[in-house]
Design a protein around this ligand. Sequence first.
Ligand code: FES
Length: 250
Amino acid sequence: MTEQEKPDETPEADAGEQPAAEQPAAEQPAAEKPDAAAGEQPAPPAAKPAAKAAAKKQPEPAKPAGPATAVVNPQRVPGTPIVPRRAILQIGFWTGIGAAVAGVAAGGVDFVYPRGVTGFGGTVSVSADALPAPGEKVQIPTGRFWLVNLTEEQGGPGLLALWWKCPHLGCTVPWKPNFSDPAIGADKKGWFRCPCHGSTYTDAGVRIFGPAPRSMDTMDLSVGADGRVSVNTGSTTNGAPDNADRAVRI
Ligand code: FES
């Protein structure tokens, strides 16, 4: 026999001689045995409906209302600032402008409506123990006025605040305790007398001589429960012959 006549020993030929691979398919009694036994065991088929019922009872997850919204997370390019430089410059510019405007506005409000002003232009307080005795007067430089305690002979009684500014041309009017002039008033000593042009005033600031157009101006005055006197130097009344009637009793 030549080699060409030798039986073909290819795998196909061998496959026909592999009963072991076909045998399990033909002989699958083991897989059929459980079916046969299932007839005697009804319990497993009954468990499947119960599992389905349990699966149906599980609540479905809540679905979001409305159409789905796509969420986009912007990606920052490495090396670039989080806030653009242009935005930073704009914020700084407008912040500076706003601060400047606020400062100017606050200054204007303070000028028109001064707060907590003390001294001349505001309220000046004089404690009870610093008040002048009846018939006397004291100079209050912080308020630029004379505080006079008038007696009945002087037109009082009561306290009077006289602005020391002469109504003529504005000179400061001093009290001259030893001044007397027969041409003015008999033998009386002591007058308010302006050093500039000689205008002369009584204890109540009433003009009796000189070029002044009127009597000395008065300031609003009030007396507190504790005896402290408050003089509003920003509120004045033109002087007149009735100055003494404006006196406030203590
Ligand atoms: S300023 Fe006082 S009299 Fe002229």
